[in-house]
Design a protein around this ligand. Structure first.
Ligand code: SF4
Length: 401
């Protein structure tokens, strides 16, 4: 991404598949052994699935076998933490909507799961834009908290004893993982130690001379997965987590008593800008949008600055077509059409999405035992974060801009 500083690029290049190989190879001393946890994103599974001609769920199970053969101890699924992210976003939106009369900057709520967009917002638009940005953590950083706090405690381990790796469609996720906000309080360990891309996983497979088509599948670890091998309910939502979809449906129900089964998107200007509205008697009650790619983002910010944005909520993503099209995804094979590949990845991704967030009983249980409730103080501490202008982000790191 164009806005990464030299200090940040050091933090990013430290996270690579070579680094993961090194950690795994040097992890033989029993006394000092790290428990290695890998969290797989659904977009990465879909990308590798398209490459190998498998389904996403099958790819997840085969990757579990492969990673465990290299010495990884647990393989989880970030669809699980995505559910936390959706539930917290729904709650955050209701809170913001209710205070919109007193707080001019409560709305529109802008999603924050895309570090490419966040990097741009913090460095280019600073103070002006920050109040609009959702404090809810992205699925990656939710997983960071789940693994280094909840899972560590459950296993009787300290956070330092765990090496947490995420597999993502995106290089900017490495930058997100190295934000000072996502170091645990003692600052000695990050919630996500290493981010590798879908393409880097392919490199690992190739370097080990393994083809996923030949690997025997095994289930993902069930503690933090909702893809333990069952068939999934196919579910609508964007390729970037489905924030707009789920927040809209929840808000329509909670604020206006409307049960909405399916969203009707209106595509404006170009294929990466959509709008959805809830109207009653000709009055617009809710106005949501998805803005993907920098062209649409710049347009949105300009509108906000001129006080001309009609939206209550915008799902903002830096990549055109969203995360399935991230820079870290597996590249098309020679002769393969990039557009067709993207379409394939999108289909595979959508077939793999779990059920409605409110109906996930496993997540509901964890809320009860660990966090009390959605939006509780503990959930705020562990599942939310804050954004900064660049000057305030230094915290020991030299930021040059
Ligand atoms: Fe990364 Fe692109 Fe997704 Fe943003 S939209 S999180 S830059 S893959």
């Amino acid at each position: 991404s164009g806005c990464i500083t030299s200090a940040e690029s050091v933090l990013i290049t430290q996270q690579s598949h070579e680094e993961l190989f090194k950690v795994l190879r040097n992890n033989t001393n029993e006394k000092e052994q790290k428990i290695v946890v890998v969290s797989l994103s659904p977009q990465s599974r879909a990308s590798l699935a398209a490459h190998y001609g498998l389904s996403s769920s099958e790819t997840g199970r085969r990757l579990t076998t492969f990673l465990k053969s290299l010495g990884v101890h647990h393989v989880f699924d970030t669809n699980f933490s995505r559910t936390f992210s959706l539930l917290e976003s729904q709650k955050e939106f209701l809170d913001r909507f209710q205070r919109k009369e007193q707080d001019r900057k409560a709305l529109p709520m802008l999603t924050s799961a895309c570090p490419g967009w966040i990097c741009y917002a913090e460095k280019t638009h600073g103070e002006f834009i920050l109040p609009y940005i959702s404090s809810t953590r992205s699925p990656q950083q939710m997983m960071g908290s789940l693994v280094k706090c909840y899972f560590a405690e459950q296993q009787g381990l300290s956070a330092q004893q765990i090496y947490h790796v995420t597999v993502m469609p995106c290089f900017d996720k490495k930058l997100e993982a190295s934000r000072p906000d996502f170091y645990l309080k003692n600052n000695e360990t990050r919630e996500v130690d290493c981010v590798i891309t879908s393409g880097e996983v392919l490199k690992m497979l190739e370097e080990e001379n393994v083809s996923l088509t030949d690997v025997t599948p095994m289930p993902l670890d069930t503690l933090f997965s909702n893809v333990s091998g069952n068939e999934y309910l196919s579910h609508a939502g964007s390729s970037s987590g489905g924030y707009l979809h789920h927040v809209f449906i929840n808000a329509a129900k909670r604020l206006f008593g409307e049960e909405i089964k399916e969203l009707t998107y209106k595509t404006l200007r170009n294929k990466d800008f959509h709008e959805v509205t809830l109207e009653r008697d000709g009055v617009v009650l809710l106005s949501f949008a998805a803005a993907y790619g920098f062209r649409n983002i710049q347009n949105l910010v300009q509108k906000l600055k001129r006080g001309k944005s009609p939206y209550h909520f915008v799902e903002v993503m830096a990549c055109p077509s969203g995360c399935i099209n991230g820079g870290g995804q597996v590249k098309p094979l020679p002769g393969e059409n990039a557009k067709e590949l993207l379409h394939k990845v999108d289909e595979l991704y959508k077939a793999d999405l779990p059920a409605v967030p409110e109906e996930d009983t496993h997540v509901a249980e964890l809320y009860e035992t660990w966090l009390q409730s959605v939006g509780s103080d503990r959930a705020k501490e562990l599942l939310h974060t804050q954004y900064h202008t660049v000057e305030k982000m230094t915290n020991g790191l030299v930021m040059k801009w």
